[in-house]
Design a protein around this ligand. Structure first.
Ligand code: PLP
Length: 373
């Protein structure tokens, strides 16, 4: 699905130098690269603060803690997302309130939000799924009206641009109160292990998030609030510092691969290429088709036989997961998400895709559909 080895080979010297420097100096925890990376990433995103942490899931948890969400508070969250988004809500004894998604854009369906609001609603977590922003203008308007917090899950959309109707352009993850991202190796900006960060404009909130990520510590050995231990390793920060200058090129490479796929599949009635929102660029963390007219799982198997990997994000909707199921949930509770779980298929997309590789994938998809039709 990705080619991290070739990507590494192309920036090997800088990555190796940074890693070696961490080893030479022994500054494994909170070394200078961590602060430098936070500053560089803040500049890149045009946001006041970046608070690094151990992974994207922690970023979401720390964000909810920093915003002071309390047990019993309800948090709106799309039901078609990676489990982490809902998991931290439940872990903090908040109440995840699932919302179905737009059938073509895959992001939270803003037309359903009003129906989900109760006096207990305290926050919403839009997910910029597959690399394209949710409808943030509507979400911010909704959040302001109900005086609730907005935590953007931008783990899949780092570097995407959002354009408001007045023409203002901002980076994904800098619109709500806190943006949470992940540096998991296969993400658009990935390190060589786990890593994550929060993007925060408000000074006080950033200070609080930083404190909570560091054992609730204001001054060493003085603990003002209950916190966690969630840090970005200096080695990972060194890797990310080497990669960040290439992020725009990486995202452009992905967009190019998507364009070639779009063109190749435009006239194929059995597959629907990803729909684009007019308010967001797409950084194509995933290139996700909707398969309609042939059996999705059979297509996946056929591709596998031809040596082409593909993935289903996500095969079991959250409301059918044992950990999150509720008595009132059943078939049809979230019809769009249920339908997507049976029809989406993501093809390989990455920064190093070679033309002949992609042509092989395209031909395999076309011939497999032919065989199944
Ligand atoms: C990857 C991802 C996360 C979690 O990131 P980790 O670093 O793996 O904890 C959260 N939300 C979404 C949408 C993701 O894709």
């Amino acid at each position: 699905m990705v080619d991290l080895q070739t990507q590494y080979q192309n920036i090997k010297e800088q990555v190796d130098n940074n890693i070696q420097e961490v080893i030479n100096t022994g500054a494994f925890i909170n070394g200078p690269f961590v602060k430098r990376f936070a500053i560089e990433l803040a500049i890149y995103n045009n946001v006041h603060h970046v608070v690094p942490c151990a992974n994207g899931t922690d970023a979401l948890q720390l964000a909810m803690m920093a915003l002071g969400l309390k047990p019993g508070d309800e948090v709106l969250v799309p039901v078609h997302t990676y489990v982490a988004t809902a998991e931290v809500i439940a872990l903090l004894q908040l109440e995840p309130v699932f919302v179905d998604v737009d059938p073509e854009l895959f992001t939270i369906d803003v037309t359903q939000l009003e129906d989900k609001v109760t006096p207990k609603t305290k926050a919403i977590v839009p997910v910029h799924l597959y690399g394209q922003c949710a409808d943030m203008e509507s979400i911010m308007k909704f959040a302001k009206k109900h005086d609730i917090y907005v935590i953007e899950d931008t783990a899949q959309a780092i570097g995407a641009d959002y354009t408001f109707s007045d023409g203002t352009e901002v980076k994904a993850g800098t619109i709500g109160h806190i943006g949470c991202t992940s540096f998991f190796p296969s993400k658009n900006l990935g390190c060589f292990g786990d890593g994550g960060a929060m993007l925060i404009n408000d000074d006080e909130l950033a200070k609080k998030a930083q404190m909570i990520a560091s054992h609730g510590q204001s001054v060493k050995y003085h603990h003002d609030v209950v916190g966690c231990n969630s840090r970005l390793d200096t080695i990972q920060a060194g890797v990310l510092l080497a990669k960040l200058p290439h992020l725009d090129t990486y995202n452009a490479n992905r967009a190019y691969v998507a364009k070639i796929y779009n063109r190749a599949f435009a006239e194929v009635p059995q597959i629907k290429t990803p729909k684009r929102a007019d308010y967001s660029t797409h950084v194509f963390h995933q290139y996700t088709l909707i398969v309609d007219g042939v059996d999705r799982d059979a297509l996946k198997d056929k591709l596998q036989e031809k040596g082409v990997p593909s993935m289903i994000y996500y095969p079991v909707p959250l409301h059918f997961q044992k950990a999150y199921v509720k008595e009132e949930f059943g078939e049809g509770s979230f019809p769009v998400t249920e339908s997507l779980s049976k029809s989406v298929l993501s093809l390989p997309i990455h920064t190093e895709m070679k033309e002949e590789q992609q042509q092989y994938i395209i031909q395999s998809v076309l011939s497999s559909i032919e065989e199944l039709s």
